[in-house]
Design a protein around this ligand. Structure first.
Ligand SMILES: [Zn+2]
Length: 392
């Protein structure tokens, strides 16, 4: 959403945090601290703040546990996981490809909400052991006041985890519930594409229902379970909008991946891309090659051998007065650091590798010899033609 940074590595999976999460962290700590000092005026303000920050950290860990459950089961089922990113609304596991069977998808999805519900259930049981539910129901305010700081945090965290588990079970793709629905439709129809389309349609429908419900709440109509009023209504509509756009976006991505999986890179690559020798100066690279084409990247060849790739960004990183003194081989990405692919690889795979390494082109090699260059813009153009003309 706003970019993310890495916080660590668990079970070989990189854990990243989206910048938007810092906002959530701040809001949670602030709200909790305010709630505690209202409920327990006799607590030291520093104690309230400390417990609030602790609660926010525990919330972070429970969202992480939910995502780790997805990732570990995915890995156990042979589906590689690149990283976990925690963002505004929870987390996403960046699973590298679609699971290969409905059973795998069902299992790796359902463990997430189960983890949240179990964490929530255990925490609430612990709270109940300290302050029996009977007392809380009879005099909720009084029971809350008597709770220890730890029990108060556990009560909050337990309820939040239960909500997190239930929210994720809403059967709209790409939420966990929607993925579970998709895996069932997939098992029934034996058609992943159709199952995705239906599950995404349900996701959009639920999103729109939430938007309408939210608007109704704004105008004072009470909605069961959600209540009424401006703030609740706007929230519900916002979540609905988020869900419906996520549903259509993930459907488009799935379709794009399915289309590109059938296309070998040799069909989309630029054959005979202009190449440059390694020992020329950057000045002559610019004047003799860059100015004469609209290419952004040039494979560097010594005789028949690919020795690297030089891009406009590499040139831009060198100050102009050094252009005569430095050569292409000084600034290129050397061949051993490049990712290259074979002409019969599929384009979905190639596109995934490009986004992983954040590059815009991949050299295509056959028997160690350069036969073409696959550029991101060629893929985009092909997808446009494919959707406009229905040709491929
Ligand atoms: Zn999940």
């Amino acid at each position: 959403m706003f970019g993310s940074f890495r916080v660590g590595r668990v079970f070989g999976i990189n854990v990243r945090v989206d910048w938007s999460w810092l906002l959530i962290f701040f809001l949670i700590s602030w709200n909790l601290a305010a709630g505690f000092s209202q409920l327990h005026p006799m607590w030291d303000p520093l104690l309230s703040l400390g417990i609030a920050v602790g609660g926010a950290i525990l919330f972070f860990l429970s969202v992480l546990a939910h995502e780790l459950a997805h990732s570990l089961v995915a890995q156990a089922r042979g589906v590689p996981v690149r990283s976990i990113t925690l963002f505004l609304f929870g987390g996403v596991s960046n699973i590298e490809r679609e699971p290969d069977s409905p059973k795998s998808e069902f299992l790796l999805t359902i463990v997430g909400p189960i983890t949240s519900l179990v964490i929530g259930g255990v925490l609430l049981l612990l709270v109940n052991a300290a302050v029996p539910v009977g007392d809380t129901v009879a005099a909720p305010e009084e029971a809350l006041r008597q709770m220890s700081p730890l029990a108060t945090v556990f009560l909050w965290l337990g309820s939040v985890n239960i909500l997190l588990g239930l929210f994720n079970l809403i059967p709209g793709f790409p939420l966990d519930g929607g993925r579970i629905l998709r895996s069932i439709l997939w098992a029934v129809t034996d058609n992943l594409h159709r199952a995705t389309r239906w599950a995404a349609a349900v996701g959009q429908a639920i999103g729109w229902l939430m938007i309408f419900g939210g608007i109704a709440m704004v105008f004072g109509v009470p909605i069961p379970f959600f209540g009424a009023g401006l703030v609740n209504g706007v929230w519900l509509a916002f979540i609905g909008w988020f869900l419906s756009s996520a549903a259509s976006q993930s459907y488009q991505q799935t379709v794009m991946r399915a289309v590109l999986e059938d296309v070998p890179v040799s069909r989309l690559m630029r054959t005979d891309p202009p190449t440059v020798p390694p020992h020329i100066s950057i000045s002559s690279l610019v004047h003799d090659y860059v100015m004469k084409t609209d290419e952004h990247a040039f494979p560097v060849q010594e005789g028949e051998r690919l020795v690297g790739l030089v891009t406009l960004e590499d040139i831009r990183a060198v100050p102009r007065d050094a252009w005569d003194a430095r050569t292409v081989s000084d600034i290129m990405t050397p061949a051993d650091k490049l990712i290259t692919i074979a002409p019969d690889s599929d384009t979905a795979d190639a596109l995934m590798r490009m986004s992983q390494r954040d590059v815009r082109q991949l050299p295509i090699l056959r028997d160690d010899r350069l036969i073409g260059l696959l550029r991101r813009r060629d893929i985009v153009r092909w997808l446009q033609l494919e959707s406009e003309l229905g040709v491929g």
